[in-house]
Design a protein around this ligand. Structure first.
Ligand SMILES: Nc1ncnc2c1ncn2[C@@H]1O[C@H](COP(=O)(O)OP(=O)(O)O)[C@@H](O)[C@H]1O
Ligand SMILES: [Mg+2]
Length: 351
């Protein structure tokens, strides 16, 4: 029988395209060649798709790849994608990648893919909507509010007063839709709010403002097993910076991560595992997800960042937690393809 041609889609249009290159490369390296034929599909910053010769995957930056596309890669029109791949392993992150856009394109082409469908992907990207859903579900989330760009520009003094009055200091500002800690600031003095709002507004027109949480941060991958979501393992995060920044996430050796958790007590870990599955279901995630949050000093568990996709680099939460369960990266890659095929085989209309 012919092998399933699995297009690994990576790169992309978002600020996280370099992270995606690392994910895509690692998925490519770990795909089981006995069962699957991996096809590297690079999305350039402008959105066009290219099938890459495998040698180009080892380039250091997406810019290095872009410069060689015209001479060494093969452009693929959206509508021709299904002639090249039977399944899409989405290794894109951020806007246009795990927010429903590429999922919509794949649905139109009738190509099954990893991760959830359009709606859950879009929800997974929108921190304001997520919190509203989780709050309604009775799950713990931070106190928060949103500030629209035009309100901030019209009367920054009034907004500043309202925010400091409501949350005190420090408080946290972040773009409603972004990832990898990009545009996130811990605001410690009223005078720092201007720069923080500008940093967030660079990425979205609405800023989410939250109370500052003091406690221990955690991350938990959820994986579907015969349609039933199950927590993989739990990781406790000890950032080196004042919070879990981009550099802490991706620079080698920057951050300590403990799987299983080092200081989170066993009973709290069990509560977290129950809550992350509830969050996964409430948000409509499918295939897999990564739910992040905090254990506060008073023992409360808050969900802060549910993700409908997750980084797939060698030291990512995904592979660290999989290893704890005795699963090699290649086993996870195969499992995600199997789950995706099954979910898409059962769907009625778009996922
Ligand atoms: N309310 C908060 N209190 C304290 N730290 C926070 C808060 N919100 C976010 N952070 C820190 O900022 C990091 C990035 O924020 P997060 O909401 O997870 O966005 P992203 O989608 O970019 O990962 C978190 O991992 C955490 O370390
Ligand atoms: Mg996060």
């Amino acid at each position: 029988m012919d092998k399933l041609r699995v297009g690994i889609i990576f790169g992309g249009m978002s600020s996280e395209r370099e992270v995606s290159l690392n994910s895509g490369r690692n998925v490519y390296d770990n795909m089981d060649r006995e069962r699957f034929e991996p096809v590297p599909v690079f999305m350039e910053p402008g959105g066009r798709l290219w099938v890459l010769p495998w040698q180009l995957i080892s380039q250091n930056t997406t810019t290095d790849i872009v410069e060689r596309l015209e001479t060494e890669a093969e452009p693929v029109a959206y509508e021709a994608l299904k002639t090249r791949i039977d399944f899409a392993f989405i290794a894109l992150h951020g806007k246009y990648g795990d927010d429903g856009c590429i999922q919509g394109l794949l649905e139109l082409q009738r190509i099954p893919y990893t991760g959830p469908g359009i709606l859950a992907s879009a929800i997974g990207m929108d921190k304001d909507i997520q919190q509203k859903i989780l709050r309604a579900e009775g799950l713990g989330v931070p106190r928060s509010t949103v500030v629209e760009q035009r309100h901030w520009q019209q009367d920054p003094d009034a907004v500043r007063q309202r925010l400091v009055g409501e949350f005190g200091l420090p408080l946290v500002t972040k773009p409603v839709r972004e990832g990898s800690s990009i545009g996130v600031t811990v605001v410690r003095a009223p005078g720092d709010l201007d720069a923080a709002m500008a940093a967030a507004l660079q990425w979205d027109r609405t800023v989410l403002v939250e109370e500052f949480l003091e406690g221990t941060e955690f991350s938990c991958i959820v994986l579907e097993d015969e349609g039933e979501p199950r927590p993989l393992s739990l990781t406790e995060i000890h950032p080196q910076s004042e919070f879990f920044t981009y550099d802490d996430k991706y620079m080698p050796g920057r951050c300590r991560k403990f799987t299983p958790p080092k200081t989170i007590p066993k009973d709290v870990a069990e509560t977290i595992k129950v809550d992350v599955v509830r969050a996964y279901k409430a948000l409509g995630f499918r295939c897999y997800g990564r739910i992040d949050g905090f254990v506060l000093k008073d023992g409360r568990v808050l969900i802060t960042d549910p993700n409908s996709s997750s980084g797939m680099a060698p030291s990512s939460f995904f592979f660290e937690q999989a290893a704890e369960q005795g699963m090699l990266p290649g086993m996870i890659v195969s499992t995600l393809i199997e789950i995706g095929m099954r979910i898409h085989g059962e769907k009625k209309g778009p996922l």
